[in-house]
Design a protein around this ligand. Sequence first.
Ligand code: 4FN
Length: 248
Amino acid sequence: MRVDVLTLFPSMFEGPLGTSILGRAQDEGLLEIYLWNIRDFAKDKHRIVDDTPYGGGAGMVLKPDVVVAGISHVKSVNPGPVIYLTPQGALFKQNQAKELVALNSFSLVCGHYEGLDERVRKGYIDAEISIGDYVLTGGELPAMVVIDTVARLIPGVLGQAESYETDSFYSGLLEHPHYTRPFNFEGEVVPEVLLSGHHEKIRHWRRKESLRRTVIRRPDLLEGRSLTLQEQKILQEINKEISVKGGS
Ligand code: 4FN
């Protein structure tokens, strides 16, 4: 998988992308990340990348000629789509990460100041992605979020121990609670089913707790996702428990 990134601050990427799983993925040639400094595409003496907005007001806009020079360059080395990280983009979800990994290459443009000139967006950007609704100083952290999400989907990037999502049953649900030793930690003990060695019971407990957490904390994750017959049965069990606890 090849990802080219246009950014004013390439050094921001070094730690997050060079560490742990993403570092190893690059060492093994499974992931190639090319960082391009937008400033290097400014050809004037002072290498100016921004200018004041037409119409006045605060803030600066990235100069279209400079950004387009950068985009033209990444298009010449990366055959995939050029994606702009912006709060105006479609919200980034796991399903979109699956689409991106299937492409095998794409480029990311990180905004700064007030972002891109509208004519660059219209003429040179293939897609726009947002990672969520908050105010940021730049598109670098969103770009790293996208890269991290996509990289772990590349076959071979995750080892056995890291790929908890092996059971397709869990896909789209929150995780069940996890425990490790000691058995008694500050007076709280591990649920006894996990010590039973009864693997079918353990699987059922985990599915149930996974569903319970999702229903309670993130019911929005269940909307637009059809429940398997087994999930429906487990949900019934949970509802019974709730009505017992609730009394009435
Ligand atoms: N952000 C909002 C409304 C207006 C502006 C912003 C904002 C960085 C260049 C964009 C932010 C959030 C998620 C990129 C936010 C993202 C960005 C992202 C981002 C500098 C201009 C800016 C209503 C969302 C709170 C600054 C809302 N995902 N402007 O943050 O790039 O990708």
